[in-house]
Design a protein around this ligand. Sequence first.
Ligand SMILES: Nc1nc2c(ncn2[C@@H]2O[C@H](COP(=O)(O)OP(=O)(O)OP(=O)(O)O)[C@@H](O)[C@H]2O)c(=O)[nH]1
Ligand SMILES: [Mg+2]
Length: 414
Amino acid sequence: MSHNTPNAAARGAEPTRAVLVGVDVGGNAAFDATLDELALLAASAGDVAVARVTARRRAPDPALFVGSGKADEIKALVAATAAHGVIFDQALSPAQQRNLERHLGCPVADRTGLILDIFADRAQSHEGKLQVELARLQYQATRLVRRWSHLERQQGGIGTRGGPGEAQIELDRRMIGDRIKTVKERLEKVKRQRGTQRKQRERRGTFRVSLVGYTNAGKSTLFNGLVKARAYAADQLFATLDTTTRALWLNESQSQVSLSDTVGFIRDLPHKLVEAFEATLQEAAEADLLLHVVDAASPLLDEQMAEVERVLDDIGAAQVPQILVYNKCDLLEASRQSRERADWLEVHPGVRRQRVFVSAVTGDGLPDLRQAIAQHAAARLNGGDTAASTEHGPALAVAFPGPDPATSHPFPHA
Ligand SMILES: Nc1nc2c(ncn2[C@@H]2O[C@H](COP(=O)(O)OP(=O)(O)OP(=O)(O)O)[C@@H](O)[C@H]2O)c(=O)[nH]1
Ligand SMILES: [Mg+2]
C-alpha cells in the first residue's frame, strides 16, 4: 500500500468506506449505471463501497458537478452509512472537488485520482515509479491535495478541516514544478537506456508480440499460460503495471518470439497517465503483433474493446497487426459459446481481425492461439507481407479446420 491511500493499516484495521457517485452527463454512452467498475477500482485501492448513487444531468453543475438537491442526498447518505468519503466516477475540476468537500463535509475523490492512487500502489520498477510520480504531480499541480490526505484532520470532527494557506499553496506549487522537471529528466534517461536495449533486440531480429487489453481481461494469466511463467495475476484492476517480457518457443513454426505482458487500459484513462506511461506503452506500438485480449464474458465487451482501440490509436499502435483473443470462454453459457475455435470478425467496415477463442485458466484454445502467432511470425521471417500479416482475408482458414464433429463445441463443458 502506498503512503497516499488511506489504507487500513494507517487508519486502524478498518478500510475506508466510500459512497460512489455516477453522473450521466448528456446521455453519455459510456455511462456505467451499475458503478461496478468504479466499485472494483475502489476495492483495488483498498476502499470499500458502502453505497452507490447515480444522477442524470444535461450538463455538469459548474460549482458542484451535481445539483444541490443531489448533493444533499449524497450528504445524507454519507451520514447514514458512516462513510469516510465520496468517489465520483467522472473527472471533477479542482474547484468542483473543493466545493463538494465543503458541501459534503468529507473528502471527495474522482475517478482520475483513484486510478492514480492504484497506479502509485502498484508501480514496482524504477521506470514505473517515475511514470506514476510524474502523472500524480501533474494531477496534483492543480489540486494540491492528495485523495483522502485530509482524512486524519477531518476525523477530529467534520468542519475542523482547514485548507492549506495561500503561502503554502505557492510553495507547494513551486516544489511540484521543480519535481516535475527532475522526474522528467530521469525518465528521459531511462527511456534512452530502453531505446538501446530495444535496438539490440531488433538486431537479433526477434519477432515481438505484446499482450494488450482492458484491465482484468486476463492478459497476465494468458501470459503465464503461454510462457509458463508466473507473472502476477489477480482479480484487481491494474494488477500489472510494468512490462514483463519472456521468450516464447513455438513448435509450430520452430521459432522463438518474445512475448510482453503490459499494463491494462481502462475507460477514461487519465490523459496525463497515458502520457507518463508513454515509454511503457511504446512497447505495444513497436510490437510486430498485438494479442488484444478481451473478457468475452463481460457485459461491457464492446465498450471495452472500443476503449482499447482508442488507446492503441493514441499511442500510434493502430497499424500493428492484431489477433483478437476472446478469453474467459469457460465463463460463457453453452448457448453463447462459439462453435469455431477461431474465425474472423469485422471490427470496422472493411477491416477484419482474426479471432481466437480461449480460456487462459483451463488452457482451452491455447494451441490455436500459438498456431496463429506462429503463422504471423513465419510470415515475417519469410520476408514479410504474406497473407497472414494482412487483416483483410481469411488467409489462415486452412490453419483452423472446421469444427470436428466429435468436439463441435470448442470448450466442451465437463
Ligand atoms: N474464469 C476465468 N477467469 C480468468 C481467465 N483468465 C483470467 N481470469 C481471471 O481474471 C482475473 C484477472 O486476470 P489477470 O490475468 O490478472 O488480468 P490482466 O488483464 O493481466 O489484468 P491487469 O494486469 O489488472 O490489467 C484473475 O482473477 C484471473 O484468474 C479465464 O480464462 N477464465
Ligand atoms: Mg496483468
